[in-house]
Design a protein around this ligand. Structure first.
Ligand SMILES: Nc1ncnc2c1ncn2[C@@H]1O[C@H](COP(=O)(O)OP(=O)(O)OP(=O)(O)O)[C@@H](O)[C@H]1O
Ligand SMILES: NC(=O)c1ccc[n+]([C@@H]2O[C@H](COP(=O)(O)O)[C@@H](O)[C@H]2O)c1
Length: 283
């Protein structure tokens, strides 16, 4: 269970005019015997695809069938422009596309622009921010009979992201302990990255790591979507219609750098990603 007072940062810096989105946060726990959790997916979302949205649906099914958790909210948290990953469009566009996707696709997902519109924030700090906003500022949630409950933010990520947790220099031990020991993580299997491999070196936190298998293989990635757009190919039905329309209206992902012309797929652009190495410098 998250304890509201132990955070890595002493205080949080909010972007100008920021307010924490909580319009779809369920403030009443349906089942008082369950632990309330909030799902937080961190990433570039450049652009957001159906596979990003699918992670939440898979997590919802998994949580209902296999755990004593109850999901009271779910968030996309797009990374700051300072992450400097190849193909990272400005935060303004990425946040707007995530909002369009969340509005069009379901009635429970929200987009938190907190990390997008400021300096780079490590994932451990992002989870602390959610803990602070939901438990300290909003006061957590209540059962139907009025009992207070602390909400636990949990990281929702694909197995490729979790695999980077074993790469030297990308995540600090203290941050991993904070993310996996204190909060926990739901991992969605991603084509090309075995889940066992991904969690092998994270054994000490195994009880807080929940593995969700893919029953339908689909290797859509933002990199491939960017590549299609640069080549003038259709991306409809890979991402929500509202996002496709937004990309077309604004002529996004046409320039060099949004995906390399020689890119054959995801691996080339992301393997040894400079962003992850740069991230390691701020760990
Ligand atoms: N097809 C997928 N299956 C499972 N998880 C996914 C999939 N696509 C993205 N994710 C997860 O979504 C989160 C955000 O990913 P990110 O925005 O980096 O998307 P991406 O498609 O990997 O982007 P890029 O191609 O630009 O590297 C990560 O945890 C990633 O593992
Ligand atoms: N040390 C860290 O906190 C750390 C390291 C690598 C990636 N991340 C996060 O992972 C997310 C996804 O990264 P990629 O887009 O590189 O897969 C981003 O939100 C990034 O901030 C965090």
């Amino acid at each position: 269970m998250a304890q509201a007072s132990i955070h890595l940062a002493e205080s949080f810096t909010d972007p100008p005019n920021y307010s924490f989105p909580h319009h779809r946060l369920n403030r009443t726990l349906r089942d008082p015997s369950k632990t309330p959790i909030v799902l937080v997916a961190c990433g570039s979302f450049s652009p957001v695809t159906y596979l990003h949205l699918r992670m939440f649906e898979m997590a919802k099914d998994y949580v209902r069938q296999n755990t004593d958790f109850e999901i009271v909210g779910a968030y996309l948290s797009p990374v700051s422009d300072q992450y400097k990953k190849p193909g990272l469009l400005s935060a303004r566009h990425r946040v707007t596309m995530c909002n369009l996707a969340a509005e069009e696709s379901n009635n429970w997902l929200m987009v938190d622009p907190w990390e997008a519109f400021q300096s780079y924030q490590r994932t451990a700090i992002v989870l602390d921010h959610f803990d602070h906003e939901i438990n300290t500022v909003l006061g957590g949630v209540e059962t139907a009979s009025g009992e207070h409950r602390t909400v636990r933010p949990m990281l929702l990520a694909g197995s490729d992201l979790i695999a980077t947790m074993s790469e030297p220099g990308v995540w600090s031990y203290a941050d991993l302990d904070h993310i996996l020991g204190r909060y926990g993580c739901l991992i969605v299997e991603r084509a090309g990255t075995g889940m066992d491999q991904a969690v092998d070196s994270l054994a000490r936190w195994r009880s807080n790591i929940y593995l969700i298998s893919q029953l339908i293989q689909n290797d859509v990635s933002s990199t491939k979507v960017r590549l299609f757009l640069r080549r003038g190919l259709s991306v409809r039905y890979l991402l929500p219609n509202a996002v496709v329309n937004y990309i077309e209206q604004h002529g996004l992902y046409q320039e060099e750098g949004s995906a390399s012309v020689s890119d054959k797929g995801k691996d080339k652009e992301t393997s040894g990603s400079s962003s992850r190495k740069e991230t390691s410098q701020v760990c």
